[in-house]
Design a binder for this molecule. Structure first.
Ligand code: ADP
Length: 440
C-alpha cells in the first residue's frame, strides 16, 4: 500500500509539473509572440514616419541600416515586388517578393503580417509589412525562438523540479501513509473493542462486517464446544446404564425374574443411543449441506401425506388423534428433508400432548405454500419458545427422554427450514397447545 501511494503521488506530481510547465510555456509564448509583433509594427511605423524610404534615391542607393538595427531585418519592396533594399542581403540578389503573403496583404490592405518557421526547427521569423505613401512596401522582420526551443531550454529546469518533487513526495507519502494506516492497524488489533470507532467513515461498513464475522466465528466456536460437551454427556448416560445392567447380569447378581426387565432396559438405552447418534449424524450432514442441493419440484401435500401413516400409528399408541387436511401445492425442496421436518414436528405434537389430545396437520396452498402443525397439548412457556430450537434444549427433560426425544428434533427442523430459505413461526401457550407454521 505504501509503495502504491508513493508511486501514485510521485506520478501525480510529475504530471502536474509537466502540465503546468506546458500550459505556462504556451501562455507566455503567446504573450511573447504578441510582444514581438507589436514591436515590429512600432518599428515599421516609426520607419515609415521618417519618410526616409520615400525620399531615397533608388538609382544610387547607399543606405545601410544593418549597423544600427542588426536584430531587425528591413526590406523595401517596389510596387512590382522587386526588392529595392534589404539590410541583410544584397537587394539585387533577392528574387521578386510580390508573391510573399505579407507583401501581398500590405499591397491590398496597407498592412501584412506573417510568422514563418525557419528551416531549423527552433527559430521562427516574424514579418510585418507596411504600405508606404508612394505605394512601395516596407517590411521589417525579426527572428525569435520557437516554442519548441523554449521547451528545450526549460527542460533541465523541469528535470530538476521533478527530482525535487519526487524527494518531497516520497517523504510526504511516507508521512501520509503512516497517518492513514496507523489508525487502521490500531482498529485491527482491537477489533473486539466495539467502543473503538473506525477511523474513517468509509471503513464503517467494513469494520462492522468484520466485527460481525468475528462475533459469528466466536459464537460458532462456542456452539461447537457446547455441542461437543453436550454430545458426550448425552451419550454417556445411556451407555453407563447399559454397561451397569450388563455388569450386573454378568456377575450373576440378577435373578431370572429381573433379568427380563434389565434386558429390556439395555435394549431401551441402546435404542436411545442409536436415535441420538442418528440425530447427531443428521445434524452434521445438514451442517455440510449446501443450499439448494438436490432440490426438486415437489407437491408439499403429497410428501406430508406420505408421512402420515406411520405417524397415525404412533398417535394411536398415545391416544392422540391426528387430522390431515389441505391442498396440493408445489414447492422447490428436498423430499427427504421435508419428510424429516414433518416427522419431527408431528412427533413433537403427539409427544407433548395429553390423552385424547388432537393434532391438526394442514398444507395450505395460497400465495405462498405453508405447512401448519397444530396441537392442543401442553404448550411451551413464552420464555422457552426461542430456546427450544437449540441443540439438546428441552423444556421438560424427563418427558422428552421418556418419549424417546433426543433434544435435537427442532434443531434439525430449524436447519432444514434455513436450507429451504423458508420461515418458521411458533405460537404456543402452556396448557392450550402449540402451532408451528413453516412458510415456503
Ligand atoms: P425432543 O427430542 O426433546 O422433542 P426437540 O428439539 O424436538 O427435542 O424439542 C425441544 C423441546 O421443545 C422438547 O423437549 C419440548 O420440551 C419442546 N417441544 C417441542 N415441540 C413441542 C410441542 N409441540 N408442544 C410442547 N412442547 C414442545
Amino acid at each position: 500500500m505504501k509503495r502504491k501511494i508513493n508511486i501514485r503521488l510521485v506520478l501525480i506530481a510529475i504530471l502536474a509539473v509537466i502540465a503546468s510547465t506546458i500550459s505556462t510555456t504556451i501562455v507566455y509564448y503567446s504573450l511573447f509572440q504578441r510582444q514581438i509583433r507589436n514591436d515590429l509594427s512600432i518599428n515599421a511605423k516609426l520607419l515609415k514616419d521618417t519618410h526616409y524610404f520615400e525620399a531615397a534615391d533608388v538609382e544610387n542607393m547607399d543606405m545601410d541600416l544593418s549597423t544600427d538595427i542588426g536584430e531587425l531585418r528591413v526590406t523595401w519592396v517596389d510596387t512590382d515586388g522587386t526588392v529595392l533594399y534589404d539590410n541583410d542581403a544584397s537587394a539585387t540578389e533577392l528574387e521578386n517578393h510580390y508573391d510573399r503573403p505579407e507583401i501581398k496583404e500590405a499591397f491590398d490592405t496597407g498592412v501584412g503580417e506573417i510568422v514563418r518557421k525557419s528551416d531549423t526547427m527552433n527559430k521562427n521569423t516574424f514579418y510585418y509589412a507596411l504600405l508606404l505613401d508612394n505605394n512601395t512596401v516596407l517590411r521589417v522582420s525579426t527572428e525569435a525562438e520557437s516554442i519548441w526551443s523554449v521547451f528545450i531550454a526549460v527542460s533541465p529546469m523541469i528535470v530538476v523540479i521533478v527530482c525535487i518533487i519526487m524527494v518531497v513526495c516520497v517523504a510526504l507519502s511516507h508521512m501520509l501513509t503512516r497517518q492513514l494506516i496507523t489508525p487502521i492497524e490500531t482498529m485491527a488489533e482491537n477489533i473486539e473493542d466495539t467502543s473503538l470507532e473506525p477511523p474513517y467513515k468509509e471503513l464503517v461498513p467494513f469494520a462492522s462486517m468484520i466485527r460481525k464475522q468475528h462475533a459469528d466465528i466466536l459464537s460458532a466456536a462456542k456452539a461447537r464446544q457446547d455441542f461437543s460437551a453436550n454430545v458426550s454427556h448425552e451419550l454417556k448416560t445411556p451407555l453407563t446404564a447399559i454397561s451397569g445392567y450388563a455388569e450386573l447380569i454378568e456377575a450373576g447378581m440378577v435373578d431370572e425374574e429381573k433379568q427380563a426387565h434389565f434386558v429390556k432396559e439395555i435394549r431401551k438405552n441402546a435404542k436411545r443411543l442409536l436415535s441420538l447418534i442418528n440425530d447427531i449424524i443428521r445434524l452434521s450432514e445438514l451442517d455440510r449441506t449446501e443450499k439448494e442441493s438436490a432440490f426438486e419440484r415437489l407437491d408439499l401435500y403429497e410428501v406430508v401425506e406420505e408421512c402420515m401413516d406411520a405417524l397415525q400409528l404412533n398417535a394411536k399408541n398415545r391416544q392422540v388423534s391426528v387430522e390431515f387436511a389441505g391442498e396440493h401445492c408445489n414447492i422447490r425442496g428436498n423430499r427427504e428433508m421435508i419428510r424429516e421436518l414433518t416427522d419431527n414436528l408431528v412427533q413433537n405434537a403427539i409427544r407433548y400432548n395429553k390423552v385424547n389430545g388432537s393434532v391438526w396437520v394442514t398444507v395450505d396452498g395460497g400465495d405462498s405454500p405453508k405447512l401448519i402443525v397444530k396441537d392442543n397439548g401442553i404448550g411451551i412457556p413464552l420464555e422457552e419458545q426461542q430456546r427450544v430450537f437449540e441443540r439438546f434444549y428441552r423444556v421438560d427433560k424427563s418427558r422428552s427422554k421418556a418419549t424417546g426425544g433426543t433434544g435435537l428434533g427442532l434443531a434439525i427442523v430449524k436447519h432444514i427450514v434455513e436450507i429451504h430459505d423458508a420461515k418458521l413461526e411458533l405460537q404456543s401457550a402452556p396448557g392450550e397447545g402449540t402451532t408451528i407454521f413453516i412458510y415456503f
